[in-house]
Design a protein around this ligand. Structure first.
Ligand SMILES: N[C@H](CCC[C@H](N)C(=O)O)C(=O)O
Length: 282
């Protein structure tokens, strides 16, 4: 089985992009995991398919799978790469604005240039049932027992579930214990992307994310949106925030509850290749 792919990244969050405009996506979960393997496969944080739309109001559909083979409803760094990929495929011109269909619904992208994209990431959803997160009532901060500690966290969906925890130090070793525990915590029935955020000032956040299905990544686009939304709800940041992740920076614009949130950042091509099929896996 030969599979042509494009390797891309969005501030270090890396992707294998599959052109499924003319042939259906047909990978089994174990094949997705085999391609994700950073030694015997290609290696990626997420695999993204580009397919014909299911929603006629959208130009294309994109599918998202984590390194463990699990599907996701949204990928912020990934959709910027989809826009850049479509530009290079001649489907999108610089300055164009187009609706793309994600598994959690449509988003609108605008190509600023060949490597910079702005995305309407939709409206952040805070109701526990929408995250989903087990809580009796909605709050801007929840106490949650993680290991032998009780953390205070925010919960929000950007089309995928996020936990957001404010920390004084992003290098604290305790994060590396709490991240995986939060991602698989029983109060998140569908798992969670666990974001640990430091508030620098009202216009700057620093963030690390332990992603559901992929672990610690250099960047998480929906995580940056989630962190900004939670801190904005608490009145701790302004309507425009620069979010610094280990792999780079994103600009997030959000005017508050019920409004659309915008994310702006880069998308980069790395190489083209061919995956020779599971017979090459270990
Ligand atoms: N791990 C996430 C999907 C990828 C999110 C991230 N890479 C982004 O840029 O938003 C999840 O299972 O919901």
């Amino acid at each position: 089985m030969k599979l042509h792919f494009s390797k891309m990244h969005g501030i270090g969050n890396d992707f294998v992009m599959l052109d499924c405009r003319r042939q259906p996506f047909a990978l089994r979960e174990e094949q997705i995991r085999a391609i994700a393997d950073r030694r015997t496969g290609v290696g990626f944080d997420q695999l993204i398919s580009i397919e014909p739309p299911r929603d006629p109001s959208c130009a294309f559909y994109y599918g998202i799978w984590n390194a463990d083979g699990s599907p996701s409803g949204q990928c912020g760094n990934g959709v910027r790469c989809v826009a850049a990929w479509l530009h290079r495929a001649g489907e999108l011109a610089i300055g164009d604005t187009v609706r793309l269909e994600s598994p959690s619904g449509p988003v609108t992208v605008r190509l600023i240039n060949a490597h910079e994209v702005t995305v309407d990431m939709g409206v952040p959803a805070f109701a526990p049932s929408q995250v989903p997160f087990r809580a009796d009532v909605e709050a801007d901060s929840y106490a949650i027992d993680v290991g032998d500690e009780t953390l205070m966290m925010g919960a929000v969906s950007m089309g995928n579930p996020h936990a957001v925890v404010v920390v004084p130090d992003l290098q604290a070793p305790v994060l590396f214990r709490q991240g995986p525990l939060l991602t698989t915590h029983e109060r998140f029935p569908e798992g969670a992307n666990a974001g640990f955020v430091q508030v620098v000032d009202r216009g700057q956040l620093r963030l690390r994310v332990h992603e559901r299905g992929s672990g610690w990544t250099l960047a998480c686009g929906t995580g940056a949106c989630a962190a900004m939304a939670v801190m904005h709800e608490r009145g701790e940041v302004d309507d425009r925030v620069q979010v610094a992740l280990p792999g780079g920076e994103l600009t997030i614009d959000w005017a508050g509850r019920g409004q659309t949130l915008w994310m702006t950042g880069p998308a980069a091509f790395v190489f083209e290749g061919e995956w020779l099929g599971s017979r090459m896996a270990r």
